[in-house]
Design a protein. Sequence first.
Length: 642
Amino acid sequence: MSVQSVLSAVTARIVKKSAPTRAVYLQRLQHAVRSGPQRGALSCTNLAHGFAAFAPNDKLKLREQRVPSVAIVSAYNDMLSAHHPYENFPAVIREAVRAAGGVAQFAGGVPAMCDGVTQGQPGMELSLFSRDTIAMATAVALSHNTFDAAVYLGICDKIVPGLLIGALHFGHLPAVFIPGGPMRSGLPNPEKSRIRQLYAEGKLDREALLEAESQSYHEPGTCTFYGTANSNQMLMEVMGLHLPGAAFIHPYTPLRDALTAAAAARAVAISGLSAKPIPVGEIVDEKSIVNAIVALLATGGSTNHTLHLVAIAKAAGIVIDWDDFNDLSAVVPMLARIYPNGDADVNAFHAAGSTGFVIRELLDAGLLHEDVKTVLGQGLRAHCAEPLLTEDGKGVRWRAAPAESAELSILRPASAPFSVDGGLRLLTGNLGRSVIKVSAVKPQHRLVEAAAIVFHSQEAFMQAYHDGQLQRDFVAVLTFQGPRANGMPELHAMTPVLGSLQDAGFHVALVTDGRMSGASGKVPAAIHVSPEVLAGGPLGRVRTGDLIRLDAGQGLLQAQVDPVEWSARSSEAVNVFTNGIGMGRELFAVFRNAISEAEQGATTFDLPPIQPLQQAVHHEVRLPDADAEPFSDEDTVIGQKL
């Protein structure tokens, strides 16, 4: 089936606007590729330092043989339940790489913070900045320049985007991303949401809330709702950076360990010393970025990726914006209902058919590009698969993804979707540009026209609620929440309150230059308003009492104020710089001063300069053969030897 016309048009538009910067990026990639081991550029002193701590046999291999050296870059820590399982992964990876004929080395760790812990706390103001910090830490780990491939261990919110941004700045190196898997299902999501709302209403005490939260987040593994962490995993699969079906296998299981070993062996198979190296900078191209947007929309993924995918694309010299998301959302059907867009969690989604089902349905509908590079080197059709243990329990085999969904209330075919569009909309008007996620918002709540109440902090909003001032129709306008102002923290403290007011029959909405992320729920929220107020954005002109119209159906965000009066207004003066003191925020002043607007990815780095890189020596990038056999419906065994 031919690729859907809108998909083709959006892809062509991205290719055109990216052409100068993508060309420079690929030229840089080509200059970085060496003939022979990457460590061949090092002096004897450099090299001796690099393998001084290695086991004797590994040291001998690196010293005398042309074997691949694989970097391990990990976001392991004990604070994140999702990352706790990574503690044991390096040993599995080292053994698997040795068995495949290479050597693996823990190249570096990157920071990883849990938004669930910092939510509503001052530390949350470092969350978005941590993405680019992770990218920098990844660059530090790889800067030793001794590696022929790399594996990346990361799952959550800013962590996977940061790792991938860092990897793309070493785009000549092949890369395999290795997930850790979700925790088992705990307290059902509707019950968790109900208890949170009752607590916000003052009908339950803190002890009852803590008990419910502890039953929800109860063991090692990724949180099971479909927020940014699990959206990350979906995107890594559709971009071909995971082994097929790896995303949602539980940690501490034989299949999880076998997938980790197989991923490590795959890194050897596609390394710079292999017959068919596959650089990550070639995998992440315009088509794979479009595929990622489509998969995000089709599964109701996190709105954080309207920032992160822009930043990831930028790292590869590719230019995308919210028009691309909006145009694709109009034609991409919604195939999944996972909390907060439904009641089911990712474990139920996985059991219903998982990533392989989604990818196949979108491919068959002409809504994904099949002719892309992946870590398998076989095109995206090879990722329409699910993993199983081999009969001896030591390797992994794949079979075709289920032909039918096991639960149509969670996962549907493209021929009978939950909705005909992706549920993400671009809003424009005299307040700027913003995005809204309507996949969980009932149609009757998608248009709100009410008086504004302006707040400059979540705390001020909560105080107004507890003082009984919000029992009416209103639009909460929360300003000075953008990346320059305070790092753009997520604003989930407001969600239960707004939900309670909406359930009470009031027409309410949120408009902010901040963000809500993957847990965006049933209340209409125009988020990421750009330009942000601190950068002179018009949202700062809003005054309490102004009539605000938020119309998701028409894509409109408008202050219904006389144009003459509107143009005469200036932003309300607020001292936001107190947010830069304490909890380490002083260290990130350079980020607040240098960061780009939300629609530009909220990045501290730029696109490659259009001036071509001048070097005396040019190296050729070796790409996989285009004639590689595609995945078939028969089981394919990929165990210790890939």
